[in-house]
Design a protein around this ligand. Structure first.
Ligand code: ADP
Ligand code: MG
Length: 559
């Protein structure tokens, strides 16, 4: 009671996190470090995978930074920024997601001692921005163009980039096999911008080597009615009719009310219904099409009708599959069967229905306008195929990027070491505190080669010393040297074809620096305790507990 008599000044609701300034910054940095420690071990060809399972019992095995960050369900507000940059890196360039998280966390880790010593964050931010600017200029300078090569040469180079991406994945053992498949798929779609034009179909079972590329479209056989067995399952150069209408005998009982005065008229109504559908079917058959696909149902009557005329049909084809068939065969999807002109029919060299594992597939190959390709993925467990799909997605994105921007840099930490050296050298020309900050930024970049070594079980200090020495050679011939993942020494990454598109590095450096600066610019988090769900709170305090390992507890922090 006594305390209630005292005058109080309450600015914020009870339970609001009120740690401010330095303390808040350090706690945020610790949280980001904790998050990056989760993905740290997945980097590189010798990186480990993470198995993530949720309360619903679904299990995901992944090596992809963005996928892991998404599934972790991070609730710490500052650490969430890391999940966001992983996501944006994934959608911007498709690879380098682990790299971007590691870089951002390392920039922050290097900043921490300065913050603790009382350096104003804005000073750090300014130097970090300058450093990132210089780093990106340097990447651009070091990038090697693959423009102006013949198609065969270009294919070879692109396959190298895809192989580098795949080497860190579960399917890394078969990287050459999949890399050339990915390159063929990307080249097949040419200038097409829609990624959906590359279909990825998963068929569990078999060996991953049984995966294959269809230069055209493939999709799982749709549900079919009796009569389907009598239809031919293979055509050479068929005309293909694409529809968005139902070919089913419909009794109109739900849609209409008909009043009859004379019972004998009833038959005429039934006849009319049959006439309508037969009229539609006749028009389909007269169009000269040998394959009829529809997004909507094709009923038993229609199935039998087509079977009698040696026409193949499939109803309820998924929208995106139908779009791909249209793009590949040059056909146009029709919403009416009146006036089907030859121009709207598509064609391909070979249509066939084939057995793939336990499934039957409709396959259209040798399509005239190209523009689509389908990869049919085989493999043991579901989780395996799903991770394979994600990995191929990364590789596809990388090849597309490399084709568009067509400049590459040496991977395996080579580019990172070279920028680091360059920044250190540059720092020496700067007077004042900024020199220290840029040096720290340069040191942070070394996290990539160091982590590649750690994950492979090499002596990171030893390898890094060798790399520093090589990169310091005044002639500049050491620039492409990176970690040799096979021997534990150093090797010329460029000569070994460990290549990455320059845009991956540029985007990663940019995004990581921005994220680090963002975290550094926050000195207070104000939260409204009521707006949180109970679950979010529990997770937040668990995360916070780990993140605040520095021994500090914010004032007024909820226990
Ligand atoms: P991210 O999600 O960032 O792409 P990865 O696990 O794919 O992470 O690892 C990418 C890193 O591994 C890059 O720095 C790349 O240069 C390196 N790397 C890939 N293949 C090799 C290799 N054969 N030898 C050395 N380093 C490699
Ligand atoms: Mg990768």
């Amino acid at each position: 009671m006594a305390s209630m008599m005292q005058p109080q000044i309450i600015l914020l609701k009870e339970g609001t996190d009120t740690s401010q300034g330095k303390a808040q910054l350090v706690s945020n940095i610790n949280a980001c470090t904790a998050v990056s420690d989760v993905v740290r071990t997945t980097l590189g060809p010798r990186g480990m995978d993470k198995l993530i399972h949720d309360d619903k019992g679904s299990v995901t095995i992944s090596n992809d930074g963005a996928t892991i960050m998404k599934l972790l369900d991070i609730v710490h507000p500052a650490a969430k920024i890391l999940a966001d940059i992983a996501k944006s890196q994934d959608s911007e360039v498709g690879d380098g997601t682990t790299t971007v998280v590691l870089l951002a966390a390392e920039f922050l880790k290097e900043a921490k001692p300065f913050i603790e010593d009382g350096v104003h964050p804005q000073n750090l931010i300014r130097s970090y921005r300058t450093a990132s600017h210089l780093a990106i200029e340097k990447v651009k300078e070091l990038a090697v163009s693959i423009e102006g090569k013949s198609l065969e040469e270009k294919k070879n180079l692109l396959a190298k980039c895809a192989a580098t991406t795949l080497s860190s994945k579960l399917i890394g053992g078969e990287k050459e096999f999949f890399a050339s498949m990915v390159v063929d798929a990307v080249i097949a779609i040419g200038q097409e911008d829609r990624l959906s034009m590359i279909g990825l179909k998963k068929v569990p079972g078999g060996n991953m080597r049984d995966s294959f590329l269809v230069n055209g479209v493939a999709f799982k056989k749709t549900f079919s009615y009796a009569g389907f067995e009598q239809q031919p399952k293979k055509f050479l150069n068929p005309n293909i009719l694409l529809l968005n209408i139902e070919l089913e005998l419909k009794s109109e009982k739900e849609n209409a009310e008909i009043r009859l005065s004379d019972p004998s008229q009833y038959q005429s109504i039934v006849d009319a219904e049959w006439n309508i559908i037969y009229d539609k079917l006749d028009k389909c058959a007269q169009s000269g099409a040998k394959v009829v696909l529809s997004r909507l149902a094709i009923g038993d009557l229609a199935t039998q009708y087509f079977a009698d005329r040696d026409i193949f049909c499939a109803g309820r084809v998924a929208e995106e599959d139908l779009q791909r068939v249209a793009a590949a065969t040059g056909g146009t999807v029709q919403t009416s069967v009146n006036n089907i002109i030859d121009e709207v029919l598509g064609t391909c060299e070979l249509f066939e229905e084939k057995q793939v594992g336990n499934e039957r597939f409709n396959i259209f190959s040798g399509c005239p306008s190209g523009r689509t390709a389908t990869i049919v993925l085989r493999g043991g467990a579901d989780q395996f195929i799903e991770e394979a799909e994600r990995s191929l997605h990364d590789a596809i994105m990388i090849v597309r990027r490399a084709m568009k921007n067509s400049t590459v840099v040496a991977g395996g930490g080579a580019i990172d070491m070279e920028i680091s050296r360059y920044l250190r050298q540059h720092a020496r020309t700067i007077a004042g505190k900024s020199q220290l900050f840029i040096n720290s930024y340069a040191k942070a970049l070394e996290v990539i080669p160091r982590q590649l070594c750690d994950n492979a079980g090499f002596d990171a200090t030893d390898v890094l010393n060798k790399l520093r020495q090589k990169h310091a050679l005044p002639s500049g011939e050491g620039a492409p040297y990176g970690v040799d993942i096979n021997t534990g020494g150093i090797a010329d990454s460029f000569a070994n074809f460990v290549w990455e598109p320059a845009v991956v590095k540029i985007n990663a450096i940019n995004a990581a620096t921005e994220a680090a600066c963002l975290v550094l610019s926050v000195d207070e988090t104000v939260k409204n305790p009521k707006s949180e769900s109970a679950q979010g709170e529990a997770a937040a305090s668990a995360m916070g507990g780990r993140g605040r390992g520095g021994g500090f507890r914010g004032r007024g922090m909820r226990r």
